[in-house]
Write a protein that binds this ligand. Structure first.
Ligand code: ADP
Ligand code: ZN
Length: 530
């Protein structure tokens, strides 16, 4: 750790950091970024959630002449940020739809009188003629310190946080070329990064990329077999700790929260379908009380500043690794040990795939979304350290971490060449029209109604896989999907089809090593539940 610099050697930025914000030293690249923006340069800051992005524009706003204009899509967060700044003695205010007319007029007046250091504005308001008029007047007097564009990934049409108004923000550059702009985001994949640069006209901006590693978070991915039991086992060692349990649907949120409550867990639901007041109340309790478990959809979390969230559990697979990283990143922001735990099954992939295929997006977007989903699945099925996979995805090199499920309990590999061939042949013989459930029944030689109905008992593949159990077959199919040898055809309810890469394996030209299913390993070591 760097020592607190001597009084004489302190830069103006350090002086503000200590006097106003009460922190002894800058973290990561904060000092560099601040110096660059204070000097009038544009910046694109990629920093993980909790990394300390806010200071990167707050301090330059205080050091430069005039007011810093912060564009943020998160109305709920504006209030919190402004409250915190006011407490620190910074003259800050916000303008958004929650204010009544008088409050708006009052804030605008203070803005024009030079009584504000920072103003937070929703993007749709920033671009109104009225506000642009104010900015023009400020610019004329040389009183625009900077523009900060928070959550800059909202400009990306590929992401799920896309805000059309963000596209218009390029106008700021055209109209106020002298005012430095700093765009900030925690979403770091190359595609999004490029899009931000292009759409916001940040070609000459310096890009500051921080490491996305969150060493205090332990990543664990388990195959779903009895999700409630698995969740309860996970929570058992964590009584009294605050955490978030993410589910895909509102209904599952409600059911899970209710069920957890009956199990003695202090759980609350949170999703966009609840009354605003209920949502606010639950959020407040989560922030203020100890040990609340928030069961939520992804509507919960963006901008939640609670440093001591000890775990984030996913009952369903997120759509992308970016989303997974963002959501798990809400754990352990205080730097203490935290857990990111997830259960997943093949069904998740089928559901996501179906949503993508049925969405109104154009083909190019669908292709990108499918790629991202494949990467997510690949992460789950990988035999490589989770952290390495995750950081590589964000373009960062890493060494095995020793603090994830793969490092702590390395998967055993087995030669699955023959099994894979059987699985693929089952797919082919049934006309590529069936999902895993039926295919596994077929391989194991189970006579079901469906089997008889389709005359599948007479297929040569019927029963050729009786030597392996259901869990192993499920794991084989998942890994074939993750490896891109099979594909889920969402238009046919998740029927599996072969891809071109399957051919060498089918022909016996390629060997295939797969990981053993975790559930069996867990059971063998006594950690299971059957
Ligand atoms: P982000 O916007 O990147 O998610 P924040 O700006 O909200 O992160 O900062 C996360 C937390 O870290 C906040 O509680 C903030 O006060 C704290 N923080 C930021 N910079 C420093 C620093 N240099 N020293 C100590 N704490 C810091
Ligand atoms: Zn690891």
């Amino acid at each position: 750790m760097s020592a607190v610099p001597a009084e004489a050697a302190r830069t103006p930025a350090q002086e503000i950091l200590q006097r106003v914000f009460g922190y002894p030293a800058f973290r990561g690249r904060q000092a560099e970024i601040i110096e660059h923006v204070v000097g009038g340069g544009d910046a694109l800051v990629l920093m993980p959630t909790g990394g300390g992005k806010s200071l990167c524009y707050q301090i330059p706003a205080l050091l430069r002449e005039g007011v810093g204009v912060v564009v943020s899509p998160l109305i709920a967060l504006m209030q919190d940020q402004v409250d915190a700044l006011l407490q620190a003695g910074v003259r800050a205010a916000f303008l958004n739809s929650t204010l009544d007319f008088d409050a708006v007029v009052d804030t605008e007046r203070r803005l024009m009188r030079g009584e504000l250091d920072l103003i937070y504005v929703a993007p749709e308001r920033l671009l109104t003629e009225r506000f642009i008029g104010l900015l023009d007047a400020l610019a004329e007097r040389g009183r625009l310190a900077l523009f900060a564009i928070d959550e800059a990934h909202c400009v990306s049409q590929w992401g799920h946080d896309f805000r059309p108004e963000y596209i218009q923000l390029s106008r700021l550059h055209e109209r106020y070329p002298q005012t430095p702009r700093i765009a900030l985001t925690a979403t770091a994949d190359a595609l999004t990064r490029e899009e931000i640069v292009v759409r916001l006209g940040l070609d000459s901006a310096r890009i500051f990329v921080s490491s996305f590693d969150r060493p205090n978070i332990r990543y664990t991915v388990v195959e779903r077999d009895n999700p409630r039991r698995q969740l309860l086992d996970f929570l058992a060692g964590r009584r009294g700790e605050a955490g978030i349990v993410y589910c895909l649907s509102r209904k599952k949120v409600d059911d899970t929260a209710e069920w957890l409550t009956t199990q003695g867990v202090k759980a609350l639901p949170y999703h966009a379908g609840l009354e605003t007041a209920t949502r606010a109340k639950h959020q407040q309790r989560f922030l203020r009380e100890d040990g609340i478990v928030m069961v939520a959809t992804i509507a919960f979390g963006m901008g939640i500043d609670k440093p001591d969230v000890r775990f984030v559990a996913h009952l369903d697979l997120p759509k992308t690794l970016e989303a997974y990283y963002q959501e798990t990143g809400r754990a352990g922001r205080d730097g203490d040990a935290a857990e990111a735990w997830m259960t997943y099954g093949l069904n998740d992939v089928v559901i996501h795939r179906q949503r993508i295929d049925e969405s109104a997006s154009d083909d190019e977007q669908k292709r990108v979304e499918r790629q991202k989903l494949d990467a997510m699945l690949g992460f789950c099925e990988s035999a490589q350290c989770r952290r390495v996979t995750l950081l590589n995805y964000f373009g960062e090199a890493a060494e095995p971490c020793g603090n994830c499920d793969v490092c702590l309990d390395p998967p055993q590999l087995w030669d699955a060449t023959v099994a894979a061939r059987k699985a693929m042949s089952a797919v082919l013989r049934t006309g590529q029209r069936f999902g895993t459930g039926h295919l596994i029944d077929l391989l194991r030689g189970k006579t079901t109604e469906k089997m008889t109905q389709h005359g599948h008992e007479s297929l040569p593949t019927f029963g050729v896989g009786a030597d392996l159990d259901d869990a192993t077959w499920r794991s084989v199919f998942r890994q074939l999907l993750a490896a891109g040898l099979l594909e889920a055809d969402a238009s046919a309810f998740g029927a599996l089809v072969l891809t071109a890469s399957a051919r060498p394996v089918l022909r016996g030209e390629r060997e295939l090593m797969l990981r053993r299913p975790q559930a069996r390993r867990a059971r063998r070591s006594g950690g299971g539940n059957e």
